[in-house]
Design a protein around this ligand. Structure first.
Ligand code: UVW
Length: 359
């Protein structure tokens, strides 16, 4: 496989003239497209940019060295009774913060994703019984794990390592192939139902505060920024332990429902340097106030969402997007228990839901 893969890489390199032109368009499209021509442009650009990733993939990352070849739970395996007992030590004042957003159709959405809620009839049914009970049911049409505050599962991101359409060479977490996981009625493997509920130590890095202003689209959070945040927040790097969750506030979330085009058109976030730091630390999850948590466009114009690939696909580390840390920041709380149980929808790629932080 290695030699065929290298050959594939060479072929892709030789197409670089065509790709270069497309990449330039994509970069411009991601940052300015949504503003200039609406979210449709950005959506198309994002979809195409993903297609650039195969030329840049690395050697096989499976089987997972810690969780084994059949594992489908990834970094949620860090959730153990010992982890829970260690985490509760962070609870000092019993305050609960919602760190997810309200779901509504006007929220910013990636590409062509949709969110449509209907309650036809009103009431949907009844009256029942002498007590004349009436009831309402909603019908929701959406990419349920990939709109609003969204939790990326292990089946969300893969890497095409072979030719277009070759699902045997499309690889996901733990090397599962597109052929193995594919299914018209949901993922046959690594669906979100395999993910264990999270109850762990959470650490928030308020990088917006370090910078003194909202970060810009395409601006990368560095490890130096994380260290500056730790110092400002009177925290130690060693406090981030294996199985903890880390969160990044960039200020970009202030655009939510205020300027959706700008919000969607790119974003600040972590790059491969911080991704490596997360992997070395052994965190279970990253989260942020942006739609991808990672910097878009990536400063390396050849890469599209490389942090997604590194963390989710290669290491089984989950990603929680479009979070809201304003309550925590207002109260100066940067360490808490992060609690989230992904909706166990069999075969889903991710989850919506209401994550909380308890201090
Ligand atoms: C993609 O699906 C590419 O991105 P996200 O996980 O940010 O929705």
């Amino acid at each position: 496989m290695d030699s065929r893969y290298l050959q594939e890489k060479e072929e892709l390199k030789s197409q670089s003239g065509i790709n270069e032109e497309r990449r330039n368009f994509l970069t411009a499209g991601l940052v300015g497209g949504a503003v200039a021509a609406g979210a449709l442009v950005a959506g198309a650009a994002q979809a195409q940019q993903l297609a650039q990733a195969p030329a840049l993939t690395d050697k096989p990352w499976w089987p997972h060295p810690k969780w084994g070849k059949d594992d489908m739970a990834g970094a949620s395996n860090w959730m153990t009774p010992a982890k829970v007992l260690d985490s509760v030590k962070l609870i000092k004042d019993g305050k609960v913060y919602r760190i997810g957003r309200v779901y509504e159709s006007a929220m910013p959405k990636f590409g062509e994703r949709a969110f449509t809620l209907r309650i036809p009839g009103g009431p949907t049914g009844g009256p029942f019984g002498k007590n004349m009970l009436v009831y309402n049911d909603e019908y929701l049409s959406t990419e349920i794990g990939q709109t609003g505050t969204q939790f990326d599962g292990l089946g969300h991101i893969g890497i095409q390592m072979g030719k277009d359409g070759d699902k045997n060479e499309m690889r996901y977490y733990n090397g599962f192939t597109g052929q193995e996981i594919g299914g018209a009625y949901g993922l046959a493997k690594i669906g979100i139902e395999n993910c264990k509920p999270f109850f762990t130590r959470g650490h928030l890095f308020d990088v917006e505060a370090v910078k003194g202003k909202m970060m810009e689209a395409g601006e990368e959070i560095t490890v130096a920024d994380l260290r500056a945040a730790l110092q400002k927040q009177n925290m130690q790097e060693a406090e981030v332990k294996e199985g903890d969750a880390v969160f990044f506030n960039t200020g970009w979330g202030k655009l939510w429902m205020k300027n959706n085009d700008k919000f969607n058109g790119g974003e600040p976030g972590i790059g491969l340097e911080v991704a490596k730091w997360c992997i070395d630390k052994g965190v279970c999850l990253t989260g942020g106030d942006t739609w991808a948590v990672e910097v878009v466009p990536n400063p390396n114009k050849d890469l599209a969402f490389p942090v997604h690939s590194e963390l989710i696909t290669k290491h089984g580390i989950y990603n929680h997007e479009n979070m809201d840390f304003s309550g925590l920041i207002a109260d100066g709380k940067y360490q808490f228990v992060y609690i989230f149980s992904p909706a166990p929808i069999k075969g889903a790629t991710g989850s919506n839901g209401g994550p909380i932080a308890v201090t």
